[in-house]
Write a protein that binds this ligand. Sequence first.
Ligand code: AMP
Length: 594
Amino acid sequence: MIDQDHKNMTFAAIRKDQAGFRITPNLADYARACAEFSWQSVERDLSSGRQGSGLNIADEAVDRHAAGPRALHLALRWLGKQGEVLDYTYADLRRLSNRFANVLRGLAIGKGDRVFVLAGRIPELYITALGTLKNGSVFCPLFSAFGPEPIQQRLAIGEGNVLVTTDTLYHRRKISELRESLPALRQVLVIGGGDMTAPPNTHSFHELMHTASEEFTLAPTDPEDMALIHFTSGTTGKPKGAVHVHQAVVAHHITGKYALDFHPDDVFWCTADPGWVTGTSYGIISPLTHGITSIIDEADFEAERWYRIIQEQKVTIWYTAPTAVRMMMKAGTEIIRKYDLRSLRFISSVGEPLNPEAVMWGQEAFGMPIHDNWWQTETGGIMIANYNALEIRPGSMGKPLPGIEAAIIQKRKDGTVIELKADAVGELALKPGWPSMFRAYLHEEERYRKCFAGGWYLTGDLAKKDADGYFWFIGRADDVIKSAGHLIGPFEVESALMEHPAIAEAGVIGKPDAMIGEVVKAFVSLKKGYEPSEALRKELLGHARSRLGPAVAPREIEFQSSVPKTRSGKIMRRLLKARELGLPEGDLSTLEND
Ligand code: AMP
């Protein structure tokens, strides 16, 4: 299927032999698809006029299929940690999401109200997401490995009205204590919770579901109505709540078709957690809009478990992340040979740079390269991708989706923007107007406005474009940390560390790591009366972990007599990083002298 050609690259380009495809790729002619593309035609494809002028993500994902020939097609297959299997057809999903929408209605939760979910990958999460959207309420997922502080912050910024969580997380994350500081939080629904002493407005999820009706009339939603809030981290201040609207489903759908090559008989497995945008856009919405089957695995990564899932579930399309690919590479190709993975026909990855070695390793391990693609919370869906039928240049993120205009730009001091020539490094920018573009950062108009200049959305990533239109990732333009595919704001971590009585100052950086991209490393200086010691280091690590949770807390802490700052008092993370990596320290003119 593959024919390699040596180009001016570290790794040879991978060309696809059209005769080698089991199924003709949806995007067989890239240039033509781009030339003929219109968002209106995708929209027509979707709603088929069922809702008049309205548009609702859950209607497109579930009810459209439940009312047609795919009603009894398997929509979700859930694989529990203990080997349980639960199947949901499109008709099942319709009934269950209707029930949940009725539960919300019964609690006087309506259009625009915010429904947060703090749970692992369990069926209730998926039902909550779909029922919330049907009710016209806003779905806001929280990653289950967040500690109490990130949870509190996000619920406060998002003005969460409902929280759905499990009894374990309710206790472990101290939700009852957090509630005092969250006046908007009217209702908490607990999954499980047999022995819970229930504070007021705390309900059993399953009891409410049990008595709710299976019939529900969809709340009328406009394409521009708020549907989803995804939180993402910035360099400074609080996390940002990126707002997405129902119209986003148009992008979720077409990117599933072109970038992930969905066909009606596909069994798709997105390994991302719905606590992050990939796990919602592609772990829930996009495959459902295509009426195909999705696999959900409750458990965390374990190489053999994953191969067994592909074999047993006959997964055809697999969407994963570079950290997972690197862990599989570490586990070796030997174990892969024990499994029959011939069902696979397309593998894709997102979230961090995918090293060319990893692209090629896919070839050796699975008989096909791994297709990198690029997007971010703000874009709501895949923007740049390596497609099934197109030549791959290992190490490149690929080419923009039809309908997406991307460029490498430079913002001048006077605010104007110039487009750079081929191979020049600049900021990756997108022409606004695609359906899944974020519509706001909650309560932060200025921060939102700053993302746009000269008619472009500025992504905050540095990249270059080669003469043939392939995009290559260079790095972030800011200090945000990417660890195991998750964005972490250094400021959030520093703030949590500063709460400890021993800490005077804290500076946090991402330290390159071969496996997970970057690990969070903190440099701290101590207050008078405290001395660096191994015991204190452990205590600080424990403190950060209990506040922030394992996904965000630093793995390493180093004591310093003082943390470098600018004269205006800003922590110089760039300098900390340069020193850590033994790189040139650069311009130190603004460094404060102690
Ligand atoms: P998030 O908003 O958490 O999805 O993170 C988005 C950021 O992840 C992007 O702005 C990039 O910095 C990084 N990212 C996502 N996909 C890729 C990719 N394929 N290659 C390199 N970096 C990526």
